[in-house]
Design a protein around this ligand. Structure first.
Ligand code: PA5
Length: 432
């Protein structure tokens, strides 16, 4: 189960929040917005029906079972954040698996320290490199490929046993290279942008290789897609999120804080940070007018960041919308042992547990924000598993698509990112 609770947005004064009526009146926009989204030829909502892809990934993972101890993902941005999030959310926090699964390393950087230190810990003859780049030309990833390939060459290992490419099957260096040296390709559909690609082979392949049930991920996403395409305001949770973000943006709340109360969901906040920033940060609207819009994503973790950011959120500029993300069942709870039964200074810790403390701290923090007229809402999921992760991914992908309609911008392009990529290549060529 996944539910949204907006009551704290309605409770803050209307200068900073909005009323239930302001909220509900937006419902009439759903049919037109959905019609526009359908005409955009974006694959993020159809790709989750690709059962052939799922079957081929599952088959590949079965075939490779036991052959590798280390899986290294070379990818950046949308080609890395999904896999990192899935690993952090669905596997042991400190790397211990009940069933023996390969270790997954994701390398979204070219800091030589990262490259050197991953080489320190992997066993090359038992390593599979997943080179993930939709364009197949991103300098960070192609350079990593060249480097790891040189290591495999030096050891005289068979390239096809140590590399898989996840890329556009029709263009870019990787697809040509795969053809030439016989490396298996998993394709990324042209119509799915990097940050919307977690539910394609980009996120599914690394997940399947470390034992995550990818069919359940897609099942969850499909359930949320049904809501996304519903014209009922009550059912359409992605629309509700986008509507609240947009209404609050108009009141000056230009940042969205995503604050899960679950250690395993840190990776999810990083995934969402890219989705929201790269999709909504746009200079021009679709009419070609300069608008310079965008929601600034901030990631926080409860309770940890109560002790680093809460002061700012409570008393600093009232320009943020706080989305709490809570989990009903975090697995076996741990009671807090009673100590100093006669000492009243720690009486509050008597007869409680870590989960109860976590929940009460979240309620107290939400209450404090509300008292200070800081709009906040709570997204709750029953537990952290594949189905709920699938729902969460699609909840925010759908909300982002609706935000595009509200702002009148193309949330699926990224001209600012492309410009930096282009300038990097030009500067590198000039330096020769
Ligand atoms: O969302 C996006 O499109 C980007 O963040 C890309 O995912 C990122 O730049 C990596 O690009 P590529 O997969 O082509 O290497």
């Amino acid at each position: 189960m996944l539910s949204l609770d907006f009551k704290n947005v309605f409770r803050v004064d209307t200068t900073h929040g909005f009323s239930m009526d302001d909220f509900l009146i937006q419902a009439k926009k759903i049919p037109k917005f959905l019609e526009n989204i359908r005409t955009r030829d974006q694959g993020f909502y159809s790709v989750i029906d690709d059962d052939v892809l799922v079957a081929s990934i599952v088959k590949f993972a079965k075939l490779k079972k036991g052959k590798y101890d280390d899986i290294v993902v070379c990818g950046i941005g949308g080609s890395a954040l999904g896999a990192t999030c899935l690993k952090q959310s669905l596997t042991h926090l400190f790397g211990f698996q009940k069933q023996k699964q390969p270790r997954l390393y994701v390398l979204p950087n070219i800091d030589p320290t990262l490259i050197r230190e991953v080489v320190d810990v992997i066993d090359l003859p038992r390593t599979l490199f997943l080179i993930i780049s939709k364009s197949g030309t991103t300098p960070e990833i192609i350079s990593q490929y060249f480097y790891f390939r040189s290591l495999i060459d030096k050891k005289k290992l068979r390239l096809a046993d140590h590399f898989v490419f996840v890329t556009n099957p029709n263009k870019g260096l990787l697809c040509k290279e795969a053809d030439r040296i016989g490396i298996q390709i998993f394709s990324i559909p042209d119509t799915v942008g990097g940050r919307f690609s977690v539910l394609t082979s980009v996120g599914l392949l690394p997940s399947a290789l470390i034992g995550i049930d990818i069919s359940k991920l897609l099942k969850g996403a499909r359930a949320m897609r049904d809501r996304f395409f519903s014209v009922s305001f009550k059912k359409n949770l992605p629309f509700q999120i986008a509507t609240s973000q947009f209404l609050l943006y108009q009141k000056g709340n230009r940042s969205t804080v995503l604050m899960p109360y679950a250690q395993k969901l840190i990776g999810f906040t990083n995934w969402y940070r890219q989705l929201l920033a790269e999709s909504t940060g746009k200079a021009m609207n679709e009419k070609g007018e300069i608008v310079n819009v965008g929601l600034t994503p901030i990631n926080a973790l409860g309770v940890t960041d109560q002790h680093s950011q809460t002061q700012l959120y409570n008393e600093g500029p009232n320009d943020k919308f706080i989305l709490f993300l809570t989990v009903d069942d975090l697995g076996k709870d741990i009671p807090i042992p009673v100590r100093y039964a006669k000492n009243n200074s720690v009486a509050f810790l008597r007869h409680t547990s870590f989960k109860e403390l976590l929940d009460i701290e979240q309620h107290a923090t939400a209450h404090a924000y509300t008292k200070n007229n800081r709009p906040n809402m709570t997204i709750s999921i029953s537990k952290i598993d594949e189905e709920h992760l699938g729902q969460l991914f699609f909840l925010f992908e759908g909300a982002t698509a609706f935000l595009g309609e509200y702002f009148g911008i193309d949330v699926f392009n990224q001209p600012g990112v492309e410009l930096s990529k282009k300038l990097t290549k030009q500067m590198l060529l000039k330096k020769r």
